[in-house]
Design a protein around this ligand. Structure first.
Ligand code: ATP
Length: 323
């Protein structure tokens, strides 16, 4: 493998730039040519490529977002779209790919590999931490810290007015951000997609807190939960108890931005180097991951048919601490 294309795809995540930098620099260190592919699979189909050198990734380590831009491509989901992408890669003599993105991006690379034999390594980059085969994905730590900062600020105002706040955090179908930021932010209750939540039990818990003269209550709600959005849950709670002055805050895309934490920069740097070394050692159709601080590789078929379980013990801890 001599010439490697690198791209970011799906939702952007803080730390993606650190991963691009690591791929480019490690690639050059191992005498590879590195080509930046802009706008994910969209740019791949259009041939929006640029040669990268050591300087092209200067001063991006600390920046949120992705210098290569990201996109979602409908066309790439079709065999015809993937054929076009493959032809562009061949035209530019790219003989392997490193893609940074979520499970959808990983699936896209897997299809390109099956249909055209293009070797690749996926680097898990998504704030949702919802990819099996790794303890952490790039961006999750930063997004969770951002959520905790926001929760702390909301608590100040909740305290001043004896209010009940429902705070909706991101995570798609995964409760990782909710549970971690909920514990770190001292939430009275955490509602996640992985668990059924009874509105009656929630109201009972909040009433109990009220009787104990709790001056502020924060409930963290993961988006994509079966019990509804933060707004819907707040409405249901209000119906059952007129006692509360209830407010809803949806943190939304502010969780995607910002300077990546040291943790995400370190993770991205390790994974970027590992992806280059993995390709060089003949690894392909796989994702780099981290387990107990060590780099691992998992084949697509070994991890992508498994759900990623939430840390059950974290849930238990949250319940103990919110009495
Ligand atoms: P995030 O978790 O942040 O949303 P993601 O990588 O899962 O990131 P998706 O939008 O699901 O984001 O996927 C990114 C792109 O990967 C899609 O726009 C599409 O082009 C491609 N892709 C996703 N699923 C498939 C699939 N089943 N087959 C082929 N390509 C796919």
């Amino acid at each position: 493998i001599n010439r490697i294309g690198v791209f970011t795809s799906g939702g952007d995540a803080p730390g993606m730039n650190a991963a691009i930098r690591a791929v480019v620099r490690a690639g050059i260190y191992y005498n590879k040519e590195i080509v930046g592919i802009y706008r994910g699979y969209e740019g791949m189909i259009e041939g929006d490529f640029e040669e990268m050198d050591v300087r092209s990734v200067a001063n991006i380590l600390q920046r949120g977002g992705t210098m290569l831009k990201s996109a979602r491509s409908k066309e790439f989901r079709t065999p015809e779209g993937r054929k076009k992408a493959f032809e562009q890669l061949k035209k530019s003599n790219i003989d392997a790919l490193i893609g940074i993105g979520g499970d959808g991006s990983f699936t896209g690379m897997h299809h390109l590999y099956l249909e055209h034999g293009m070797p690749y390594i996926c680097i898990p980059g998504t704030i949702d931490n919802d990819i099996p085969g790794t303890d952490y994905t790039i961006g999750y730590d930063t997004a969770t810290n951002t959520a905790v900062e926001a929760i702390d600020k909301i608590r100040d105002t909740a305290l001043s007015h004896n209010r009940l706040f429902f705070i909706e955090v991101m995570g798609r179908d995964s409760g990782y951000i909710a549970i971690s930021s909920g514990i770190a932010g001292g939430a009275v209750s955490i509602i996640i997609p992985e668990e059924e939540t009874s509105i009656d039990e929630l109201v009972e818990k909040l009433n109990k807190g009220g009787k104990k003269n709790k001056t502020s209550s924060l409930v963290i709600v993961a988006e994509g939960g079966k019990s509804g959005s933060a707004m819907e849950i707040a409405e249901k709670v209000k119906e059952k108890s007129s006692y509360f002055d209830t407010k809803v805050t949806i943190l939304g895309h502010l969780q995607r931005g910002g300077t990546p934490t040291y943790f995400d920069r370190l993770l991205a740097s390790k994974m970027g180097v590992a992806a280059i070394e993995g390709l060089d050692q003949g690894k392909t159709d796989a994702m780099v991951g981290i387990r107990h601080h060590d780099i691992i590789f998992n084949k697509f078929d070994d991890i992508m048919n498994q759900p990623k379980d939430i840390h059950k013990d974290d849930l238990r801890i949250a319940k103990i601490l919110s009495i």
